[in-house]
Design a protein around this ligand. Structure first.
Ligand code: NTF
Length: 818
């Protein structure tokens, strides 16, 4: 008998249907006969919120009145994905929703499709934040997600007729958005600019030049089967003086709305940069805007109605996790609030602040560690610059008490010296937080040994690791209902959804051929589903009889989409040259998904190349349908949920030492894909857990990469040494993928042959060699699926529930509400 532990629905089907009718009537103003699926979507969402309301109140009350410290996850990005199905699942109302919607004469899928995905993140960092707040609520830990409700999310990607990326604005709020509740009565004033006055008693007063109204938009975050509902509070920027009537009366209509436009610009758009910050004042304004509003909000929540709260208890009420450097301005902000607004002395304020903040670093690329010109901070936040200077001075004084050489002390300055002093936000966070963590074991080691080495030498106790994870609710249960049912059948319980290590119980079933065949049938059905989806959404014709080989992630040189496309071209060249007969080629469908930052020239050129390789290869009769390449545009959470469960082989081929963790790798392993990958980020831990024999490892290690840099790397040598690599690159230069034009990809080719900073060419041979192992295994479906099943069975560790438990134990020192 299957034990059912899924959350119990608070509502019957009939009540759900009545609720929809009522919301249609009073919120939407339509009869069920007039209603469209989009109306039903809004009405059903409001019904879900309705039934979550009491649990939401209770969670907040227990949090404020109890003694359990809360977590404030400060993040510039929350890449939530669609809300409705997730809320239905977590609250136990999936079946009631389906039945209620059907009883009203609608197709549940049409209603679900009416939801527009909020794309408020770039990639892994934003999606991780979304997984974390799901896990916090599921574990019953009181938490706030604090971020920005951007009006425009990450750009919508299209391809033009030449295969180039075109960025279109993503105006997701043009549609009705029932999940976010705008709370005008709890807005916060956020100030900018102006000057600092010193009073006779030495106290400081910031006299700002302008202010913005931060209005919270609250999203409920229901835990899975926990009965708890946390809050994601995203701030939206509004103007205090919306409209200049005098200007309007002079017929200066544009001028009349200037103040409004200026204020609202702050939450207008998500920066489409992934890992390279833009030195833009607006970005700093965004960062300060949401962090300042959040800190004041937390004080309001935890000390309700108190004029003179005892803020020495603040770190016992809430701890703030800084998700990368974007919210680090929160450290001087809390200092300012404590000293200037509440009258604490510096030492007390510093003690409170350092106990409140912790910092997660998500990168190893030096250019991704944010650095702000002190002048810019001084202009926008003059009081904060003073505080940062004082923090820097105290920090240097503290370093001076240790026996350190001067060079080291200089290297560690939070505020650099010289003509254009800069504030290093990662250093400010490392000095001003209790803990610093990386996001996978290898990454945390490299942070300690390289990126933040000076800090870890002096404060070894601060540094720790928390390996990333992903939520099994969205990425297994919702994305892959067939596999979920099979897992539940195999384990005899569905408890695994809140205790993912239970997947280990599937391991013995990998020896049971009948079970493995069922597992293979799930994958096959998912591939057919995806083929239908790709046909409907993109007009692609995917053949489920081929291996589905996927590479989805941001387009970045270090992630090495180039390696994948060059290997593919080499295979194509094999067929064209007759080196291999198409009849002998294992049929593959390669699927790419990737957005490039709009200003990232080589990344955008790589997208163009992939699209044109797809055009040429898919239409070449010599290939006999053995090689197929598809690049569905606008990769997002929705597409991920369809594609990941249908993937046979997943690519995690970054240069070793560059990918901090990766989280796609975890989603694929949990959905029964095999991985081909380097020893990078969390690949290392995935391989350790699933077993070396169940993972296709290739390529240089971190040490080998370092050594090659040291010895002097010359990519042309590799081009000359491997004729297949040469053939592939020559094919890119000779116009095969550019209608005969030899210039189209010249900059890309020149980069490969002369720079190739991430050593794509050096790893090419190893990467193409491992393909033989991959294909041999794939030709034996039973063995392939056995190994894929072992990947599922041994990936339970990569649940974001486990990550959160690690944060609770190592960093936050709190736990579930009583
Ligand atoms: C990303 N960092 C890393 O590149 C990924 O490896 C990692 O899985 C995610 O963070 C989540 O930890 C960034 O996006 C950024 F902005 F830090 F570069």
């Amino acid at each position: 008998m299957t034990e059912i532990t899924a959350p119990k629905s608070p509502v019957t089907t009939a009540e759900f249907a009545d609720g929809i009718r009522e919301q249609l009537k009073y919120a939407q103003g339509v009869t069920p006969e007039q209603a469209t699926p989009a109306d039903v979507y809004v009405a059903a969402s409001l019904v879900v919120r309705h039934y979550l309301q009491d649990a939401w109140f209770k969670t907040q009350q227990d949090m404020v009145n109890g003694n359990t410290k809360a977590v404030g996850y400060l993040s510039a990005e929350f890449l939530m994905g669609k809300q409705m199905r997730n809320a239905l699942l977590n609250a136990g109302m999936l079946d009631q929703f389906d039945e209620a919607v059907e009883s009203l004469g609608f197709n549940p899928q049409d209603v679900i499709d009416a939801e527009y995905e909020p794309a408020l993140g770039n990639g892994g960092l934003g999606r991780l934040a979304a997984c974390f707040i799901d896990s916090l609520a599921s574990l019953g830990v009181p938490a706030f997600g604090y971020g920005i409700q951007y009006k425009y999310g990450i750009f919508r990607q299209e391809f033009d007729e030449n295969g180039k990326q075109v960025e279109k604005p993503e105006y997701w709020l043009a549609n009705e958005e029932p999940w976010g509740r705008v709370d005008y009565n709890r807005s916060q004033r956020v100030n900018f600019g102006g000057k600092v006055i010193t009073h006779a008693d030495g106290s400081k007063e910031w006299q700002p030049a302008w202010s913005v109204r931060a209005v919270p938009v609250d999203y409920m975050v229901p835990g899975y089967a926990s009965g708890r509902v946390n809050t994601l509070r995203l701030w939206s920027a509004r103007s205090y003086d919306e409209f200049d009537l005098a200007a309007f009366n002079r017929s200066e209509y544009m001028e009349a709305v200037t103040p409004q436009v200026a204020a609202e610009n702050i939450s207008k758009i998500l920066y489409p940069e992934d890992s390279t910050p833009q030195g833009k004042a607006l970005r700093l304004e965004q960062q300060y805007f949401f962090v300042a509003a959040s800190i004041h909000d937390a004080i309001r929540v935890f000390y309700p109605g108190q004029d003179k709260p005892d803020l020495t208890t603040f770190p016992d009420k809430i701890c703030f996790q800084l998700n990368d450097t974007h919210p680090v301005i929160g450290i001087p902000e809390l200092m300012r609030v404590l000293i200037d607004e509440y009258g604490y002395d510096w030492d007390t304020a510093w003690d409170i602040t350092t106990r409140t903040f912790n910092y997660t670093c998500h990168t190893l690329l030096p250019e991704a560690l944010e650095v702000w010109p002190a002048d810019l901070i001084g202009e926008l936040l003059p009081r904060h610059l003073e505080i940062i200077k004082a923090i820097n001075t105290n920090f240097l004084a503290e370093l001076a008490t240790k026996t350190l050489d001067k060079a080291k002390i200089d290297r560690m300055r939070i505020l650099t010296e010289g003509e254009n002093p800069q504030v290093r936000m990662a250093y400010l966070a490392s000095a001003g937080g209790s803990h610093v963590n990386g996001v996978a074991e290898l990454h945390s080691e490299l942070l300690k040994d390289v990126t933040l080495r000076d800090f870890s030498d002096i404060y070894p106790g601060k540094f720790t690791n928390v390996t990333n994870g992903v939520t099994p609710r969205r990425f297994i249960r919702l994305a892959n209902p067939r596999l979920s049912a099979l897992i539940t059948e195999g384990l005899g319980t569905d408890k695994w959804l809140s205790d993912l290590e239970m997947l280990k119980g599937l391991e013995p079933l990998a020896q049971d051929d009948e079970f493995v065949k069922k597992f293979a049938a799930v994958k096959r059905a998912n591939k057919e589903d995806f083929a239908a989806y790709a046909k409907r959404e993109y007009g692609f014709e995917l053949n489920p009889d081929t291996m589905f080989n996927t590479m989805v992630k941001r387009l970045h040189e270090y992630k090495r989409q180039s390696l994948k496309i060059l290997a593919l071209i080499a295979r194509y060249a094999d067929i064209k040259s007759g080196r291999i007969s198409a009849d002998d080629v294992l049929p593959r469908t390669v699927i790419f998904g990737a957005k490039a930052a709009p200003g990232y020239y080589l990344a955008k050129m790589t997208i163009q190349l992939i699209n044109n390789v797809a055009r040429v290869v898919n239409n070449d009769p010599d290939v006999k349908g053995k090689l197929n390449v598809y690049f569905p545009w606008n990769y997002n959470v929705r597409l991920a949920q369809h594609l990941i469960p249908a993937t046979d082989l997943d690519e995690q081929i970054s240069q070793a030492g560059k990918e901090a963790s990766g989280t796609g790798n975890m989603k694929f392993a949990l959905n029964g894909a095999m991985t081909v990958g380097t020893l990078d980020g969390a690949n290392v831990e995935i391989r350790e857990r699933v077993g070396a024999e169940n993972f296709f490892l290739f390529g240089m290690t971190v040490d080998e990469v370092d050594k090659l840099y040291e010895d002097g790397y010359s990519p042309a040598k590799y081009y000359e040494a491997d004729p297949r690599l040469k053939a592939a690159i020559d094919m890119v230069s000779d116009g095969t993928f550019s209608n005969g034009d030899r210039n189209t990809y010249a900059p890309l080719v020149a980069d490969w042959l002369t720079k190739d900073w991430f050593m794509t060419l050096a790893d090419f041979t190893a990467y193409t060699e491992i393909q033989a192992d991959i294909e041999a295994l794939y030709r034996d479906p039973l063995e392939w699926n056995r190994k894929a099943l072992l990947n599922v069975a041994n990936s339970g560790y990569f649940s974001s529930d486990r990550s959160i438990e690690d944060y609770l134990e190592r960093i936050w020192h709190t736990g579930p509400l009583a």
